[in-house]
Design a protein around this ligand. Structure first.
Ligand code: KIV
Length: 286
């Protein structure tokens, strides 16, 4: 059930991003994939929640985002919707959900919006996605674009590397960003691109840039929540600043509980139920 806090600032809709950019106000975006994390992120005041296909890495342990299904994003979006009252909810279009044809892409995006409660979708790719972005926007589906390191292209790219490092590649990135803006995207993720290129794109576009590993000049910063709070496994990318170590806190809690059980300290009488005073053990059969 949705909750309401009387003092909460107003709900974030897509136009709020352009307004913030015009005012030079920075916004933030975090991933969430379930009800409790959506509530925490939303109540903290984060403006945008991305139900990212990073769910494949941090929740399902797939190792990359390729196997993530529309159903997995849909189920996560529904849970996030129940937990988030204020933030704009953006659902990722997983690999395979926008590759067959435009009609199927629209159908999948509508599913995330109508059944999942998403308020926008995110789609990876540059100039090759321009027609698709136009079509989605024509169907009243707000689109966040995503260029630079696009993890769904991991096999083509041969790994996760900084993109746009040569003059040719950087020029192509800038062109892609402009084409996606022209196509109607309301924002564009710039993932792991040199900060100088992100800065140029941010200045040249009137839509918001959403940076991850792209320097401080992007209009919006996005991170994977699990990286931020220390509950992901493996080496963190250089651009992640870890603000908490929840994994250690959880491990300690589990270990302490386990030890208490094994050594007879849990549960105590206060943590269990006794017979009512008027019932005596004598009344019970042997
Ligand atoms: O899936 C995701 O979490 C993302 C962000 C890293 C931008 O695409």
């Amino acid at each position: 059930m949705a909750y309401l806090k009387p003092d909460q600032p107003e709900k974030v809709y897509v136009p709020a991003l352009a307004k913030a950019k015009r005012r030079g106000e920075k916004l933030v975006c975090l991933t969430a994939y379930n009800y409790p994390t959506a509530r925490i992120v939303d109540e903290a005041g984060v403006e945008i929640i991305l139900v990212g296909d990073s769910i494949g890495n941090v929740i399902h342990g797939y190792g990359n985002t390729i196997p993530v299904t529309l159903d997995e994003i849909l189920s996560a979006t529904k849970a996030v919707k129940r937990g988030a009252n204020r933030a704009l909810i953006v659902a990722d279009m997983p690999y395979g959900s926008f590759h067959i044809n435009a009609d199927e892409t629209v159908r999948n995006a509508l599913t995330l919006m109508k059944d999942g409660g998403a308020e926008a979708v995110k789609i990876e790719g540059g100039r090759n996605r321009v027609d698709l972005v136009k079509r989605l926007v024509d169907e009243e589906i707000p689109v966040m674009a995503h260029i630079g390191l696009t993890p769904q292209s991991v096999h083509k790219l041969g790994g996760y590397r900084v993109q746009g490092k040569t003059a040719v590649d950087a020029t192509r990135l800038i062109e892609d960003a402009k084409m996606l803006e022209e196509a109607g995207a309301f924002a564009i993720v710039l993932e792991v691109v040199p900060r100088e290129i992100a800065s140029i794109i941010t200045k040249e576009l009137s839509i918001s840039t959403v940076g991850i590993g792209a320097g401080s000049e992007c209009d919006i910063q996005v991170l994977v929540l699990h990286d931020l709070v220390g509950i992901s496994f493996g080496r963190l990318p250089r651009f992640v600043r870890q603000y908490a170590d929840i994994r250690t806190i959880m491990t300690e809690a589990v270990t302490n509980w386990m030890t208490d059980v094994k050594e007879g300290r849990y549960p105590s009488d206060d943590e269990s139920y006794g017979l009512p005073k008027d019932v005596s053990l004598e009344e019970l059969p042997d």
